[in-house]
Design a protein around this ligand. Structure first.
Ligand SMILES: *Cc1c(COP(=O)(O)O)cnc(C)c1O
Ligand code: SF4
Length: 435
C-alpha cells in the first residue's frame, strides 16, 4: 500500500544579483536587466518561485502591475544616485561600492515617522527592542525570526530592516520580552504580530509567541492579529503539510479559547486573489474561525486606479475578506516611484467605493500612518478661506484628538502629513501646536 503525504512544496526565492538573470531570462531585455541589477544594490528585492510563475504576466513586463510591485526599476532612484551606483559598480571595489550605496540609502529616509526614536517602549532596556507600543490598546511585536518576507514589495516602508545594516534593524529576541511588557500593561487588548512577515517563521516559533497568550494572566489580551502577505506571496504556507496544519491548529486553539484572531492580509492587487492557491489559502484560514481583513497602500504603477480597488474589494468580499485600510505610501524608500498626491489617493478611494455595496465599503482610507497617529483624509471641502482637506485622526498618541474633524490647507501636490499645514488657528492642536 502506498501512502501519499501532501506536503508543502519547498520555497525557492531569487534575490540580489540573481534578479538580473531572472529578468533577462524572462524578458530578453538586457537594458532592463542591467537597471534591475543597479537598483537592487540599494533597495532589497526578493521574489518567490510562486510569484514569478503565478502572479507576474511576463508578456506585459515591465508594465505588469505585479512586476511593478516586485521588481526594481531605475526610476526608484534619483537619476544622479542611479548613475553614482552604476559607476561605483564598474569602477570601485566592494568597500567603495558599499560606501556609495550606504550614502544613497541614507537619502531614502530609512526610518519614516521616527519609528525607532519614538515608539520603542521607553522603560525597556536593550531587550525592549522590537516592541512598538504607540497606541494605548495595541502592542506591535516584531519577532526577530520574522523580519523577512517570502517576497519583497518595492514600496515596503520596512525596507531598511531587510538590508544588511545592523543599525537599521528592529526586532525582539524572544517571547519573554513581549509577555513581560504585557504584564506591566494590562491596558493592552490587542497584540499584533508583525515583521516582515511572521508567517516566514516555523509554526513552532509562532507558537512560542502566541501560546503564552492563552495563560490566565494574559486574559487582558482579547485580540491577536497577524500581519501577513503570505496568501499573495506564498499561499503554500497554509495549504498543505505539517507546518500548515499545525499553524491552522494553533489559530483554532486561540479562537476556541475565546480570542479574536485576525489575519491582516496585505493585498495590493486583484491578481493576488486570482489563483486557486490563494483562494484555497483564504478558505483554510477562514476555517479556523479567524477573521480575514485586508490592508494595502495605494501606489503609483500598481493600483492607482479606482477600478483596480473596486475589483480588489469585490473579490475580497466574495472570498470572505473584510476590507480594512487603504494606506497612503510612506515617505521612505522608493517613494519617488510609488508615491501619489493625497488628492489623487482620495479620488481613487472615492471612485472605488462608489460602485460597491456597503460590505465592500468597510475600508477606511486613504489613511496616513504618520508620526503623531493614523490620519484619514475624508475629503476636500471649500471653506471661507479657500479649499481644505477634511482630516480625522483614527489613532493618536493622545486619544483626546481621535475622531474629531479638522482641516489642513488644500495642497494639490501634498503627499504626506509633513506636507500639510493647519487651515486655521483651531486646527493647530492637531499639528502638535498649541490650541
Ligand atoms: C496601525 C497601527 C496600529 C493598529 O491600529 P488600529 O486602528 O487598531 O488598526 C497599532 N500600532 C501602530 C504603531 C500602528 O501603526
Ligand atoms: S509584505 Fe509587508 S513587510 Fe513584507 S515587503 Fe511587503 S510591505 Fe514590506
Amino acid at each position: 500500500m502506498t501512502v501519499t503525504v501532501e506536503s508543502e512544496p519547498a520555497l525557492r526565492t531569487v534575490s540580489g544579483r540573481r534578479l538580473r538573470d531572472l529578468v533577462l531570462d524572462r524578458t530578453g531585455d538586457a537594458g532592463l536587466a542591467h537597471e534591475v541589477d543597479v537598483v537592487s544594490q540599494v533597495l532589497p528585492f526578493k521574489v518567490s518561485s510562486y510569484v514569478v510563475q503565478e502572479l507576474i504576466d511576463w508578456d506585459r513586463a515591465p508594465d505588469d502591475a505585479m512586476y511593478r510591485l516586485l521588481f526594481p526599476h531605475r526610476d526608484m532612484l534619483l537619476p544622479d544616485d542611479f548613475a553614482a551606483v552604476e559607476l561605483a559598480m564598474r569602477t570601485q571595489d566592494r568597500a567603495g561600492l558599499r560606501q556609495t550605496v550606504d550614502a544613497v540609502r541614507d537619502r531614502l529616509n530609512p526610518h519614516p515617522g521616527d519609528q525607532l526614536a519614538l515608539n520603542v517602549p521607553q522603560e525597556e532596556d536593550a531587550d525592549g527592542w522590537g516592541l512598538q507600543h504607540k497606541y494605548h490598546e495595541t502592542l506591535l511585536v516584531f519577532p526577530r525570526q520574522g523580519q523577512t518576507c517570502h517576497s519583497y514589495c518595492g514600496y515596503c516602508f520596512r525596507w531598511a530592516q531587510f538590508v544588511d545594516r545592523s543599525d537599521l534593524r528592529l526586532a525582539v529576541s524572544g517571547p519573554e520580552v513581549m509577555t513581560a511588557h504585557l504584564r506591566r500593561h494590562p491596558e493592552i487588548t490587542d497584540v499584533l504580530l508583525t515583521g516582515g512577515d511572521p508567517l516566514v517563521m516555523r509554526t513552532e516559533l509562532i507558537e512560542q509567541y502566541l501560546r503564552p497568550l492563552l495563560r490566565p494572566e494574559h486574559d487582558t489580551v482579547q485580540t491577536v492579529r497577524i500581519g501577513t502577505k503570505a496568501v499573495s506571496f506564498w499561499p503554500h504556507r497554509v495549504l498543505a503539510g505539517r507546518e500548515a496544519d499545525e499553524l491552522l491548529r494553533l489559530l483554532s486553539a486561540l479562537v476556541d479559547a475565546g480570542k479574536h484572531v485576525a489575519l491582516m492580509l496585505h493585498l495590493s492587487h486583484p491578481a493576488e486573489l486570482d489563483t486557486d492557491a490563494a483562494r484555497a489559502a483564504l478558505r483554510r484560514l477562514a476555517g479556523t474561525g479567524a477573521v480575514l481583513r485586508s490592508q494595502a497602500p495605494v501606489v503609483r504603477h500598481v493600483n492607482d486606479d479606482p477600478d483596480v480597488w473596486a475589483q480588489l474589494w469585490k473579490d475580497q468580499v466574495r472570498n470572505g475578506v473584510v476590507p480594512y485600510y487603504m494606506f497612503v505610501e510612506r515617505d521612505t524608500g522608493a517613494r519617488r516611484y510609488f508615491g501619489l498626491p493625497l488628492a489623487r489617493a482620495l479620488e481613487i478611494y472615492r471612485g472605488a467605493i462608489k460602485g460597491l455595496s456597503g460590505l465592500g465599503r468597510s475600508a477606511r482610507g486613504p489613511v496616513m500612518s504618520a508620526s503623531p497617529g493614523k490620519v484619514a483624509i475624508d475629503g476636500v471641502v471649500n471653506l471661507h478661506n479657500g479649499p481644505a482637506f477634511a482630516l480625522r485622526f483614527l489613532q493618536h498618541r493622545n486619544p483626546e484628538l481621535v475622531g474629531r474633524p479638522f482641516h489642513a490647507r488644500f495642497d494639490a501636490e501634498a503627499q504626506w502629513w509633513n506636507d500639510l499645514r493647519p487651515y486655521g488657528e483651531h486646527d493647530r492642536e492637531f499639528f502638535g501646536g498649541a490650541a
